[in-house]
Design a protein around this ligand. Structure first.
Ligand code: AMP
Length: 583
């Protein structure tokens, strides 16, 4: 298929729910794209203008887009808002009203990918007085030149909600189909929605190569260039650029964990802190969270500790930062240190009040050598050689190696006794799999696993709670990134803050107000941005929510927006896994 514009391709992708068909459309689009535009198209297909590892956001609220539509089309603001309330999608509103736009704007220059891309990238750099108006101006200029279909997707891209249903897996496959077609040796039969493969193993191997390249770089643009130039196998971790951290699967007990990892296995404490990936090169130390966010400035004391306690000029090491009370020395649960991740001022003071201890458990790169394919045991041996341990600063994760169920159980009990979340059981022979949730790392935790869910709707309270939102509709995601509702929660949120850990209705209301998209009576739809960690007693099947599941007695544990966004909240697969696991 030939696509005249990117918008036309978006439309075709949005119009089908079949993954193979989406893959085929994207691959056709990529094949017809000129070399110099490929990287931009790859980003725009993800609804982005900044690379995946770059956390810069366009940062434009719906209100400003309403103004831009008004300016570009001459349609009354109230009309625009009314339509928005009905559809909940400003993209659709822009599409409809652009059709009706007045004569005066008909002869504008037409849009190029280059122009859209450049304009959108400029938006976050505009600062100072009049910046809001300048930003609005950029969006309205784009809309003035846009066809109705283009207007729809420009608005959605500006609001960072493309909603055409392209998952990372689909994009990866499409890049393969477009640029490694001969090697993959397949035929796509649209009428039956199937692919026929000459050699399934080879096909899977090549797709895995693409996936590995992505997990190492978090950059589909780079992966695409490598696919085109046939250099996928040479992609290496780059110090200073975060690697997707390896993750764990969950199991019920020691016996089941051993089945996955084999015997003997390494048992480690599971600390309740947050993941920290530490890079050093050319005397520069960089710290990243699990979400690949750069948090170097927020943790100056960690930079100092790494400088003095880790031998080597270049490395990437992996661990968990655990907060503790400066006075008592006692470990503090994650909620306490979350403020350090956000803090932009008085950083030194906060670092003194809530210091962190780094608990290291892995090394991925050392003095120019990539260790991802080196077995865990060897990685641990090296890590031990290069770290000078010091309590409350930098230590190894507490661990044992055993093949004995009873010794392992005792270790697990001790961990819980000491206030750990649980333990992690690791296969000693396996490689470090970036982004992988595989059988090599198994977590054991006693309680029902909480879910990370995003707020999509909120309801105003009544009586003395009438100034706050007091009830929240939560959603998980599916593989394509669509949000599916799964329950409603109010419990767990406090009226008054009694301890630092408490999350109050007022705090949530302040966070949600700027995100309001549509108001209907006492309910508001909000831009999905606030992620809560939720406990519950049981997961049940339910037709009331679009996920098909509902949570029984859900309870808010904490705000997890610092570590999670809509791309990595709990997915339907996980919900289903928990649903079956509880039986
Ligand atoms: P979860 O977030 O429950 O899936 O658990 C995985 C997280 O546990 C990792 O991303 C780390 O932040 C944390 N963690 C704590 N201790 C360890 C450990 N010894 N090995 C690996 N991850 C750990």
């Amino acid at each position: 298929m030939e696509y005249k514009t990117l918008a036309e391709a978006y439309q075709a992708i949005e119009n089908t729910s079949k993954r193979l068909e989406k893959t085929s459309i994207i691959s056709d689009l990529l094949k017809q794209t000129k070399q110099k535009e490929i990287s931009k198209i790859i980003l725009l297909l993800q609804g982005r203008v900044f690379p995946n590892w770059d956390k810069t956001s366009i940062g434009i609220a719906s209100k400003l887009v309403v103004k831009a539509i008004n300016k570009a089309t001459g349609i009354d603001t109230k009309k625009i808002i009314d339509k928005f309330k009905k559809t909940g999608d400003l993209g659709l509103v822009a599409e409809q009203f652009t059709k009706k736009k007045t004569q005066a704007t008909l002869f504008s220059e037409s849009l190029t990918v280059e122009k859209v891309f450049k304009s959108l990238k400029k938006i976050p750099t505009i600062e100072g007085t009049g910046s809001v108006d300048k930003k609005m101006q950029i969006v309205s200029e784009l809309l003035t030149s846009a066809s109705p279909l283009e207007a729809k997707y420009i608005v959605r891209t500006v609001l960072e909600e493309l909603r055409v249903g392209i998952s990372k897996g689909t994009l990866r496959d499409a890049i393969g189909w477009a640029f490694l077609e001969k090697k993959l040796n397949f035929t796509y039969k649209q009428e039956y929605n199937i692919i026929e493969l000459e050699d399934r193993d080879k096909y899977n191997q090549i797709m895995q190569l693409l996936q590995d390249a992505f997990d190492l770089t978090n950059d589909f643009t780079l992966v695409t260039t490598a696919a085109i130039n046939n250099t996928l196998h040479t992609i290496k971790p780059e110090i200073g650029k975060p690697i997707n951290p390896m993750l764990c699967r969950k199991e019920k007990n020691i016996e089941e964990a051993f089945k996955r990892t084999g015997k003997p296995a390494q048992f480690e404490y599971k600390y309740d802190g947050f993941r920290m990936q530490i890079h050093k090169a050319n005397n520069t130390i960089t710290l990243f969270t699990r979400n690949l966010e750069n948090i170097t400035t927020q943790f100056p004391e960690v930079v100092d500790i790494i400088t003095t306690h880790v031998k080597g000029n270049s490395f990437i090491i992996d661990g968990e930062a655990v907060g503790f009370d400066a006075k008592t020395g006692k470990a503090k649960p994650f909620q306490h240190i979350s403020q350090r991740i956000k803090r932009k001022y008085d950083i030194q003071e906060l670092a003194k009040k809530i210091p962190v201890e780094i608990n290291l458990f892995d090394i991925l790169h050392y003095e120019g050598k990539n260790l991802l394919k080196t077995p865990l045991q060897e990685r641990m041996d090296l890590l031990k050689k290069i770290i000078k341990e010091e309590t409350k600063k930098i230590v190894f994760t507490k661990s044992i190696i055993t093949d004995d169920d009873q010794i392992a159980q005792q270790f697990y009990d001790d961990a819980l006794e000491e206030g750990m979340e649980g333990i992690i059981v690791k296969d000693l022979k396996t490689i470090y799999k970036p982004g992988g949730r595989i059988d090599a790392w198994i977590k054991l935790k006693p309680v029902m696993e909480p879910l990370d869910l995003v707020i999509v709707e909120a309801e105003w309270g009544e009586g003395k709670r009438s100034g706050w939102f007091t009830s929240f509709v939560l959603a998980c995601r599916d593989e394509e990134g669509n949000l599916l509702t799964i329950g409603k929660v109010g419990t767990g949120v406090k009226e008054k803050k009694e301890s630092d850990d408490d999350l109050t209705f007022e705090e949530l209301t302040v966070l949600l107000k700027p995100l309001i998209e549509v108001e209907e009576g006492r309910t508001v739809k909000v831009k999905p941005n606030i992620v809560l960690e939720i406990n519950y007693e049981e997961i049940q099947k339910s037709p009331s929510y679009t996920s098909g599941y509902a949570l029984r007695f859900p309870r808010v544990i904490r705000n997890r927006t610092d570590e999670r966004d809509i791309t990595n909240i709990s997915d339907l697969e996980l919900v289903e896994e928990f649903y079956f696991a509880q039986k």
